[in-house]
Design a protein around this ligand. Sequence first.
Ligand code: NAP
Length: 235
Amino acid sequence: MRTVLVTGGTSNLGSALCRAFLEHGDQVVCTYTHNKDKAEKLVRELGEKLTIASLDILCEESIFKLFESLESLDILINNSGVFTVSEQENLLPSDWDKVFDTNVKGMFLVCKKAIPLLRKSTNGVIINIASMNAFHPGFGGTAHYDASKGAVVSYTKSLAAELGPSIRVNGVAPGLLDAPYLHDDTNTVRLKFEGRAILNRLVKAGEVADCALFLSSATAITGEVVTVDCGYSVG
Ligand SMILES: NC(=O)c1ccc[n+]([C@@H]2O[C@H](COP(=O)([O-])OP(=O)(O)OC[C@H]3O[C@@H](n4cnc5c(N)ncnc54)[C@H](OP(=O)(O)O)[C@@H]3O)[C@@H](O)[C@H]2O)c1
């Protein structure tokens, strides 16, 4: 049975990732930072093959503790991230740092600890969650986030070259994920996305998770970042 670690596993996409890999028959470790209640609810919902662990990817000690508790690891999914909106002229340098520290440096710190365990696996895989914004920015006020996700794409490709052939490294770049806060008929972000996406709809978290599941077993694919955006990029 494969052991899968999903960082930020209580989020919209994180819980879909946990569900998809559990349904595939894997054992999943879901990490939470602030949302312990949500993590415990997820265990009640998804069953005991899901275990939960606290993790702050900004804190090396927290990462160290998590990896001390893991006996083996086959698949690491770096899903944790933060998103903020601000025009660049108003963006505080500390906000820039928070986004880059979480989305990029935190990913590096987790990979650094995971690599020795993944090397011991017969199918060591890293999957990094980027964003369609890395390739198609322009929603306004997201230049810092878009740049951080661009860094995730470069990091993914470079890491694949460095860690192959023993570990495959790929990414998924989701478009706008369907979530209750977007359901208001007047939500301009949703309307803009749906208006341009070829499929005229938002992306379901489960569809992104299915792509990650596919990549976890796609033995000829490494250094790739797959966009899952209902055709927004080419719409
Ligand atoms: N939502 C979208 O439309 C969209 C589109 C493209 C890409 N993405 C990417 O997909 C991923 C998941 O997005 P989402 O919208 O489902 O989630 P989200 O609501 O933005 O939540 C992010 C997750 O990251 C975790 N996190 C934040 N800071 C952390 C830290 N210091 N250490 C460890 N974990 C931390 C959070 O944990 P706690 O809740 O426990 O604090 C939460 O589980 C992110 O990387 C995001 O950038 C999202």
